[in-house]
Design a protein around this ligand. Sequence first.
Ligand code: HDE
Length: 698
Amino acid sequence: MATTKKRSSKSATAQTGAGGELHQTATAADARITTNHGVPIGDNQNSLKAGARGPSLLEDFVLREKIQHFDHERIPERIVHARGSAAHGTFELTHSLKKFSRAKILTEVGAKTDVFVRFSTVAGGAGSVDTPRDVRGFAVKFYTKEGNWDLVGNNIPVFFIQDAIKFPDLIHAVKMEADRGYPQAASAHDTFWDFIGLMPESTHMIMWAMSDRTIPRSLRMIEGFGVNTFRLLDDKDRATFVKFHWRPKLGTQSTCWDEAVKIAGADPDYHRRDLYEAIASGNFPEWDFGVQVLTQEQADKLPFDILDATKVIPEEMVPLKIIGRLVLNRNPDNFFAETEQSAFLPTNMPPGIDVSEDPLLQGRLFSYQDTQLSRLGTVNFHQIPINRAKGCPFQNMQRDGQMQTQVFTGRANYEPNSLAQAGEQAGPREDASAGFKTYALPLDGVKIRQRSESFADHFSHARLFYRSQTESEQAHIASALVFELSKVTLPHVRARVLANVRNVDEDLAARVASGMNVELPAASKPAVAPIDMKPSPMLRIVGKYPESLQGRAVGILVTDGADGAVVNAVRKAVEAEGGTVKIVAPKIGGVTLKNGKVLAADGQLAGTPSVLFDAVAIIVSEDGCAELVTEGAAVDFAKDAFGHLKAIGHSAEAQPLLEKAGVVADDGVVLLARDVEAFLTPARTRQWDREPSVRMLA
Ligand code: HDE
């Protein structure tokens, strides 16, 4: 595997890895299994018993140690973002932000910094599926020269609530319902929509959550956002505001809802596998890193408050400047040690980056450190290799605690001290000039529990988002709302959501009401009348991603007697453009082609449906097709590919199968000859024009 590092190992015990972590390896020379304390084990098959058929003995420390360790293997999963997939990589700065920040990570052009990135869903448990409708976490740990910087973001630039004090309520409402323990990893249920209807500030986020961004095609194809507004501090401690963005090189791409649902059954690990396989095969995922920088004066002129995390700053108002590049190039060696034990803290910031007063961010500053204690069990979780600051030394006077792994020398565990005068180690000291500084924000106010009036507009940005979408994206939002609200059993809950949606867009509200065949309630009364902002085409997905086979997968369904030359032509053309090809056959042993050669299969038809591919080719013989028309999985293969707006290339012999599957000729359905270019064009994208003919959209 291209990315798995070969570590030379001389002993059977432990090796120090690239990040200073301990790797356990075994060599042929000394591969003896031992207890946790290094005692070689003579028999790992039988416990110690009083006679061959007698009871086990308490004395058996080998058995006890093994079973006891196993009993304690699990740790609490994350309260949110429990299901995640991660990778190592490199960040390279391409443009300096020196004018605004003194952070080395933002000023040293060309410098490469190690990163660890964890993607996640939010609502589901660690063992849930990869493709529910959900926000995706996008957490990046930069191991900078000035300490770790954790940019703990999402793939949606706004959030449901404005104040952290509502977070436990939001999460309780979206997770499985308290009495019945379901639904798992789904927002389509009473309690979530009950909370949403009562929290009109969530309306903007709901527009994003109901858009195709929450059903991504791949983790390699999601955007990332810091969400909260942060500050940059220059070398004179002058501040500007900043929003952080990640832009995938492959563009933002999504699945169809019906497809996402079917993928959940066909491959629950769809995104995790896709990320792992892409990196393992050297197709390293890549993102541009961008910032929107604005001064206090610019912020004051905007028709919304940039401290309110339910608002976006449209790029048309403050342009995005690309300043760096992220490449993920190494899979974790061990899921638990790295992906599971990684702990991200929004409080991890190098000097030159600072927080803002965003009340959502302020709450996050406490929560992440706190949650690691219950999850990882000790204040020393920063010593776990994946969390260790490895771009720089870390040293202070903090000592002891459970699972302390550092061995400190000398007496200097307090500061100030004058031990140096006696020739002893004095330990580290603060650095007033280059150390972390908080922006000296002038403040004048009274202590008060009150939401700022500047946060009162809950609908203008929702309207901006909805009206900036293409027609088909709007239809998807309407259909998603119909789907979700149709799972709500309490009519008053549906009505309250609809009453809020009327303030976003009357047409949208009417479509959703009609999609459910319910009456449209009166609009809710907004605290502040929404304003119409200029649509922002940058908020779309459709038409923005590059039409390319790069990163896409093509499935070729074959039968005995298929024309191998056509199969090869498709494979060559797709791979030449950076796509991958998998052969699907009725039997895993493969097929015998027309020329008598055996073609091995990558997947068996029933277990490899077309939802796993971006485009399909059906290259079959006449006899082969005659068998396939009686096989439900084959009919579904073609029917779903068509319904999910995918290109279908086919041999002439496949026609009876296409007919049975209801596939109707259009620009995306192409008869394959040796020259496969005509198939490649539609295979580079989705056939959006086909959609009205295959789906009843709201
Ligand atoms: Fe989080 N969030 N969050 N969150 N969040 C956690 O920390 C929290 C919010 C995000 O891959 C927890 O280590 C509060 C916004 C990601 O390990 C916890 C609030 C954004 C991850 C927590 C928010 C995020 C988390 C659970 C409202 C986008 C996964 C486990 C004030 C900017 C990180 C953990 C990973 C995880 C609290 C809202 C992103 C409980 C209180 C907004 C990507 O501390």
